[in-house]
Design a protein around this ligand. Structure first.
Ligand code: PGA
Length: 251
């Protein structure tokens, strides 16, 4: 099965609007130079409008870092899929471990956000991952299974094809400690098998599964060589134009 690779940058709570536009333009140039792969960036909400405007004619895809579940309403501090699509945003990260751990988002809430993204026409980038404590207690697969089962509740087969999955072990995020390619491949294969059971094999074969957690120019090539790793969700190394460029041009 030939899955189109996706290299995604998650800028988190960084960059002014002008800085975000400059970095997006660099990513757009790299994306245009590599037509066999997709490239996505997720700026902070404040920079989305200008970034969408600046890269509108390029293949670079723009994502939000989160999304509300309803179209509109009394939800102070939230942004809906409708509002994001209005700007030209095409994807939304859902269930990032920082949302889970720092802001207390649980599986049920993440499921609602994921459905909100789909209903609003956005492609969710659905993140799952275990903590160090869970890995050391041999609970990696049961934790992932629960995140998958609850996060994907109510997601129909046809919608599943639009979803991107991201495996991000919490212990590897921002720590400089990447999962080995074997550890990552093992989990990606497990997640694909889960999808084959919960949906069907051709859907499992079509869904792209990204690895995230301290992805850098030095480890991208060996991660991408794994059969079930279809891309990367990159934090720190996506904030530097040169290193993100190298990651986009993985071999
Ligand atoms: P990192 O972040 O690349 O800085 O580890 C990845 C992420 O949180 O998506």
């Amino acid at each position: 099965m030939n899955r189109r690779p996706l290299i995604a940058g998650n800028w988190k709570m960084h960059l002014t609007v002008a800085e975000a536009v400059r970095l997006a333009q660099a990513a757009a140039a790299a994306s245009s130079a590599c037509p066999d792969r997709d490239v996505m960036v997720a700026p902070a909400f404040t920079a989305l409008a200008k970034v969408c405007e600046a890269v509108g004619d390029t293949p670079l895809q723009v994502a939000a870092q989160n999304v509300a579940w309803d179209k509109e309403g009394a939800y102070t501090g939230e942004i809906s899929a409708l509002m994001l699509a209005d700007l030209g945003v095409r994807l939304a990260i859902v269930g990032h471990s920082e949302r889970r751990q720092i802001f207390g988002e649980n599986d049920a809430m993440i499921n609602r956000r994921l459905l909100g993204a789909l209903i609003g026409g956005l492609q969710p980038v659905f993140c799952v991952g275990e903590t160090l404590e869970e890995r050391e207690a041999n609970r990696t697969f049961s934790v992932l299974e629960q995140q998958m089962r609850q996060g994907l509740q109510g997601v129909a087969k046809e919608e599943m094809r639009r979803l991107v999955l991201a495996y991000e072990p919490v212990w590897a995020i921002g720590t400089g400690k990447t999962a080995t390619k074997e550890q990552a491949q093992e989990v990606h294969a497990f997640l694909r098998q889960f999808l084959a059971g919960a949906y069907e094999k051709n859907i499992a074969d079509a869904v792209r599964i990204l690895y995230g957690g301290s992805v850098k120019p030095e480890n991208i090539d060996s991660l991408m060589a794994q059969p079930d790793i279809d891309g990367a969700l990159v934090g720190g190394a996506a904030l530097n134009a040169e290193s993100f460029d190298r990651i986009i041009r993985f071999q």
